[in-house]
Ligand binder design. Structure first.
Ligand code: TEU
Ligand code: CA
Length: 561
């Protein structure tokens, strides 16, 4: 297997608005990130993925960009950005930026000129005539309503897969692609180390724009089959790779909702020259009822094992995966896959052990390293996320009980991940001296970075240790090793071997809040030659004891000698 720095890296995602506020306006900013670089260095991460910091009216917190060449006023200036790059690089931390080019903001100059048909912008977006006063087709948008918005001035409809303020760029137009590539080069020449590409598998649309299938009782049809992995997406990415990506030593990760392993491989197959890795959503979906993220499902470990197997088997020859258990769009990992009350510490540590020992590049989302949890605000007025607010409105209009809707929001709202990082137990969790743009999780007195820094039993300390462990030279099996499932038929325990050049590592994880006992069969694993290298519990191994037992959410990693 080819070795690359981005395969060995541990990535840390920063959602700048909620990370650290340096000037007391209640909004996280670039200087705030600079102030925490030493903390991140101590944590041991190699790469920061910076969610969008470009100029934006913030309809979708920066995922609606109005100027790719400028920094959002609230976050600071281009000088701050340059300083962040220098300061990070001095500490051997790389920075990848979010590339949001499926759409722009409707306040982008390109869109304003496109409305007026000013060249070369006339066909920068997807404009269509209505059908007898109705939109061009029946597709529903991700954040509610139709994907088509009528513009009076141009007397046409424009397509927006997300909010009305996020018009989709027309990738069929070569001038659009050229402009995007230019912009990417501009940032790479500034010294950034790569891109996370927002919904990059949505950029090519089926040019016939057929109606989508409608579920019973739904007002809109499903357009996804006509824009997910669309007809020209690989052609576009190969072009981007040839013109831009291949010219730099960078890392690229594409966000690709709805891809299967076979489709995913097309994006990352080394022979095809597109991207280094993608984010798939299969692991996320294990605890949601498929196709409806608002509905909770019980964790089925067989499903999870199956997913890990399939992606590994499909990718092992010439692909590379990325592993994450939460991000700015998904609720907190410990609340979703673990137990955020009784076993918060244990389950947070078990889950990061999983994340750090599976094949693929691991991603940590800010605050995860201290075991931050989901939040439950009593009033909808305390929520900020456009998806959550639109959804609430829509369900209220349907006549549903408010309490029921709030329960779903507690489970699935993106704001679960967007409350400010809990730095210490002072007011506003040390995030800001002013009033934060979104309320702090009230549990910050108990859960915060300061109190964990010195505590040997803390979640934070465990993260520091396991990152160190993953990067030790004699643990290369954790990075390049093959993956071999163990105890496949067990519904409570997730276990596997990683092997590389004679090194062998054995991982065993109890995914539930009760004990597990088992006789490890001879042959699967030679327990006389196990050397424990990390665990979230104090472990005493009786060498002769073949009866293996694990406590709630217990995680153990062994070197097999
Ligand atoms: O998310 C795209 C995406 O996959 C959405 O369907 C996502 O699951 C959404 O959050 C619904 O819950 C990306 C960004 O990560 C997200 O923050 C943006 O809002 C979106 O694109 C539009 O840019
Ligand atoms: Ca600020």
């Amino acid at each position: 297997m080819k070795e690359h720095w981005w395969k060995e890296a541990v990535v840390y995602q920063i959602y700048p608005r909620s990370f650290n506020d340096s000037n007391g306006d209640g909004i996280g900013d670039l200087q705030g990130i600079i102030n925490k670089l030493d903390y991140l260095k101590k944590l041991g991460i190699d790469v920061i993925w910076l969610s969008p910091v470009y100029q934006s009216p913030n309809d979708d917190n920066g995922y609606d960009i109005s100027d790719y060449y400028d920094i959002m006023d609230e976050f600071g200036s281009m000088e701050d950005m340059e300083k962040l790059l220098v300061e990070a690089h001095q500490r051997d931390i790389k920075i990848i930026m979010d590339l949001v080019v499926n759409h722009t903001s409707d306040e982008h100059e390109w869109f304003e000129k496109s409305i007026k048909k000013i060249e070369p912008y006339q066909d920068y977006y997807i404009w269509k005539d209505g059908k007898k006063g109705a939109p061009p087709n029946n597709w529903g948008a991700m954040f509610g309503g139709s994907v088509w918005e009528y513009n009076e001035e141009r007397n046409q409809y424009y397509l927006h897969l997300f909010s009305v303020k996020q018009p989709d760029l027309n990738w069929e137009n070569p001038a659009v692609r050229e402009t995007v590539y230019e912009m990417m080069k501009w940032w790479l020449n500034k010294g950034i180390d790569g891109f996370r590409m927002d919904v990059i598998n949505y950029i090519s649309k089926d040019q016939s724009y057929p109606d989508g299938k409608k579920e019973k009782g739904e007002k809109y049809g499903n357009g996804a089959p006509y824009f997910i992995n669309g007809p020209r997406v690989h052609e576009f990415l190969q072009e981007m790779n040839e013109i831009v990506l291949s010219k730099y030593d960078i890392m690229t990760v594409g966000e690709t909702p709805g891809v299967t392993p076979a489709e995913g491989l097309k994006y990352v197959d080394e022979a095809r020259n597109e991207l280094n890795m993608v984010f798939h959503f299969d692991i996320m979906d294990t605890v949601d009822v498929v196709s409806d993220k608002w509905e909770k499902d019980r964790l089925d470990l067989f499903k999870m094992k199956d997913i890990i197997n399939k992606w590994y088997e499909t990718f092992k020859k010439q692909g590379w995966n990325s592993i994450y258990l939460n991000n700015h769009d998904r609720p907190r990992m410990v609340s979703r896959f673990g137990d955020d009350e009784k076993y918060r510490r244990e389950s947070a540590k078990m889950l990061i052990t999983f994340n750090m020992t599976l094949p693929g590049t691991p991603y940590i989302y800010q605050g995860e390293e201290i075991g931050m949890c989901n939040v439950q605000f009593e009033s909808i007025d305390d929520y900020r996320d456009i998806e959550t607010l639109n959804r609430y409105q829509k369900e209220i209009e349907k006549g549903r009980e408010q309490k029921e809707i709030m329960e779903e929001i507690y489970w699935a709202s993106r704001d679960n991940a967007r409350t400010p990082v809990q730095w210490d137990d002072s007011e506003n969790a040390g995030f800001s001296n002013g009033e934060p743009w979104i309320k702090v999780n009230p549990n910050y007195k108990k859960i915060n970075a300061a109190s964990q820094q010195e505590d040997p039993a803390s979640v934070l300390k465990y993260y520091q240790d396991i990152i160190k462990l993953r990067k030790k030279k004699d643990n290369k099996a954790l990075i390049y090793g093959n993956y071999q499932p163990v105890l496949e038929d067990d519904k409570q325990v997730f276990s596997y071997l990683r092997k590389y050049n004679g090194e062998k590592i054995f991982v065993i994880l109890n995914f539930f809040g009760y004990n597990w006992e088992h006789n490890l069969e001879e042959g699967i694993i030679d327990y006389n030659h196990l050397e424990l290298i990390i665990s979230n519990y104090e472990v005493q191994i009786n060498k002769k004891d073949t009866n293996f037992s694990l406590r709630p959410y217990e995680a153990r990693v062994y070197r097999v000698k």
